[in-house]
Design a protein around this ligand. Sequence first.
Ligand code: C5P
Length: 226
Amino acid sequence: MIPVITIDGPSGSGKGTISRLVAEQLGWNMLDSGAIYRVLGLAAERAGISAQQISGLTALASNLDLSFQAEKVLLANEDVSHLIRTEAAGNAASKVAVIPQVRTALLGWQRAYAKDPGLVADGRDMGTVVFPDAKIKVFLTASAEVRALRRYKQLKEKGLNANLVSLVAEIQERDERDQNRSVAPLKAPVAALEIESTSLSIDEVLKSVLDRVEKTYPELDISMPR
Ligand code: C5P
């Protein structure tokens, strides 16, 4: 079986950064499942399909022409990497993500990313639904204020507009929707390594994940970051 590490958590918890670093360290593949929901939200908006039109959205999800190319996210060969990173795109994503049929349509597609030598999967339901047999499941959290501040810095670095007060409100609104939906709600998987990262550095979080990897897969040669 292909080894899988799942890293779930709320928006801005640092899962994207940690997943990328763990994948790089191990030389494994990476799945950014949030990007799929973000691209779907964008494709729906462009096609004029609202979050209430379930069959239209499900058809769109089943035929989504999405691909990842290095750091880029492509929708029908158009680079939409920047377009999908705004808070508005995150919110649109979380509205299409509540629909059970949409989530089912995306399951096989996500599982196909589990390829040799291994996969690091980042999202909300990677450990609970998409890869329930993963040997390592991480659940990363941090306070809404710290997550909003991290998002604020990320957006500013990308030259995008950001307002801290509205970011906190948007993050709380998205948490609420992600945690309370009926299918695949955001929650810690059973036996997850839970990391509360409010006062931890990226290196500290990375180290505890790699510690777990070393214990679970002693045959892997991991050079720990200092
Ligand atoms: O992780 P990211 O912020 O990019 O995710 C955007 C939205 O996509 C989330 O707020 C969530 O509603 C949805 N999502 C999901 N399941 C995943 C990944 C993301 O429902 N596995």
